[in-house]
Design a protein around this ligand. Structure first.
Ligand SMILES: [Zn+2]
Length: 153
């Protein structure tokens, strides 16, 4: 029998890829490009989803794509947060110089939360329930990075 020795090297694989986010998120990202937040409302229970969803998990019904859209403000309330010393989205160089604050923000008029970095804030200034607003990217492209993060409103 011919045995092979496999040597493993530790490393990272980078892959370029594209995927379609679906009709509901597509509409959400199209609006981000114009610095606007839209959500969709379940016609049965009235919950408003940001980002929009196809199915209301509570009622288990499909929310029609053509209707039930709601324009929402760029302000919201901080539901919860965490402070991390590691980058969330870059695994090649994870340690950060300054701890990052990641928060869950419920956009005013919606029933769900968005997860983003809280910017221009010191950890001791952060309080659950505080009013926040979106800090937009200067030149939005229609993707999640159009929102840089949230700042104190
Ligand atoms: Zn519902």
């Amino acid at each position: 029998m011919n045995e092979k020795i496999i040597v493993a090297n530790k490393g990272l694989v980078k892959a370029e890829f594209a995927f379609w986010v679906g009709e509901y998120l597509d509409k959400f990202y199209d609006n981000l490009e114009n610095k606007k937040i839209v959500g969709n409302k379940c016609p049965k229970c009235g919950d408003v989803f940001v980002p929009p969803r196809k199915v209301c998990g509570k009622c288990n019904i499909v929310i029609p794509l053509e209707e039930n859209w709601v324009d929402l403000p760029e302000t919201g309330e901080l539901i919860n947060y965490t402070i991390t010393h590691y980058k969330v989205n870059d695994r090649s160089d994870r340690k950060v110089k300054k701890p990052q604050i990641i928060g869950i923000i419920k956009i005013d008029g919606s029933s769900t939360g968005l997860v983003y970095r809280l910017l221009d804030l010191e950890p001791e200034e952060v309080k659950i329930g505080m009013k926040m607003k979106i800090k937009w990217e200067e030149n939005p492209k229609g993707d999640p990075s159009d929102i840089q993060g949230f700042i104190k409103a």
